[in-house]
Design a protein around this ligand. Structure first.
Ligand code: GLY
Length: 372
């Protein structure tokens, strides 16, 4: 059987390959660098549909909830295949407000969450401190979202890479793909080094780099980078956080190995990944407003990641308007969260030709209509 060719070895590409291999479909994956060291490495690993829901994104919210539902089994499968742990944590998220304006916004979010049937809990600032003692005494209110979880995204991509290889996947790293040649039976990829490889399907999972692939013409995915600057502190001494804390201007995601990942700016700067004083100042100030104890913590690392954003900020999932080509890209802020549902439903599409109801609202062809 011909291989499925996957372009892009982030969490989406690796997991899609993993799911295909487990269905006995051979896979060859191309990554422009080391697999998993792009956007997936630079993320925070929050699995947080309840905290990140936007009022107008109901389809995406449904997809996110479904993916979260699949996460525990998916994590267990990856861990078993790789022999590595991914630090899946179900401690929940605290969404906090620190002034009248942000408390009002929180109130509206809470009303909406309740309308959606979520088991979220409204807390006073004092009640929030009872479950997370390091949040600021001045907090006016908080929502506890127990069903928002998190994973250590760096462990995840390392485990996925290992699982992919152990299941028999062919991994070509440091191998950028220049173009895709669509064809109903034998689509192909051509690497920047000029090698042409044919397969039975091509899955484009190249995140922000998806748009740079030639040969797709009208099917070229409209994905742009949205920069997010991040800082990682080291939790030490008496300082500890159990929950992800989301303030009005920053979030803090504690990992079990003592890292505290704080993010993130949201900037339209193309492929620029410079870390700026202003960017760091903004997120550190935002984090310090809601968890003042971070002031004493040492800085481990700073970086800027690039979120792959489509025009409507929802992913592009399913058959492209190019024969033999499938899209799994444009996951914007939700790539890690949406990994299980994307990988499993894209694998199903490749194996059976059927688009599942989960993927239908996210067809890559949805932008091709024009107003007459
Ligand atoms: N999902 C977190 C972020 O995009 O910053």
């Amino acid at each position: 059987m011909d291989d499925v060719l996957i372009v892009g070895g982030g969490t989406i590409g690796l997991a899609t390959g993993f799911e295909l291999l487990r269905r006995d479909v051979p896979v060859t994956l191309f990554d422009r660098g080391r697999a998993g060291r792009g956007t997936s490495w630079q993320a925070a690993g929050m699995l947080a549909p309840d905290a990140e829901i936007q009022f107008e994104e109901l389809d995406l919210y449904g997809l996110s909830r479904e993916s979260l539902r699949r996460w525990p089994d998916f994590a267990a499968d990856v861990e078993a295949a790789a022999g590595m742990e991914v630090d899946y944590r179900d401690d929940g998220t605290l969404i906090v407000a620190d002034d009248r304006d942000s408390a009002e916004k929180l109130r509206r979010l809470y009303a909406f969450q309740r309308e959606q049937g979520l088991e979220v809990e409204w807390l006073t600032g004092e009640e929030a401190r009872e479950i997370e003692p390091f949040v600021a005494p001045k907090l006016s209110a908080a929502i506890h979202a127990p069903s928002d979880h998190q994973v250590d995204n760096r462990r995840l991509v390392e485990a996925l890479r290992e699982a992919f290889r152990k299941e028999g996947g062919m991994l070509h790293e440091e191998t950028p793909v220049a173009s895709v040649q669509p064809d109903a039976d034998r689509p192909a990829v051509v690497t920047e080094a000029g090698e042409r490889v044919e397969g039975r399907r091509v899955v484009v999972a190249a995140g922000v780099w998806s748009r740079q692939i030639d040969g797709l013409e009208a099917a070229q995915p409209s994905v742009r980078p949205v920069k997010g600057q991040m800082v990682q502190l080291r939790m030490q001494g008496a300082f500890a956080l159990d929950h992800v804390v989301r303030g009005p201007e920053a979030y803090l995601a504690p990992k079990s190995d003592g890292r505290l990942v704080i993010g993130a700016t949201s900037e339209e700067q193309g492929f620029d990944t410079s870390v700026t004083a202003g960017g760091l100042f903004d997120i550190l100030e935002g984090a310090w407003e809601v968890v003042p104890g971070i002031r004493e913590l040492p800085v481990d690392e700073t970086w800027a990641g690039l979120r792959p954003a489509s025009r409507d900020h929802a992913p592009l999932l399913g058959a492209a308007d190019a024969p033999g080509v499938v899209m799994a890209t444009g996951h914007y802020r939700h790539g890690v969260l949406l990994t299980p549902v994307t990988a499993q439903e894209i694998a199903r599409l490749v194996c059976t030709g059927e688009t599942s109801p989960w993927l239908e609202p996210f067809s890559p062809m949805r932008f091709q209509t024009t107003v007459s």
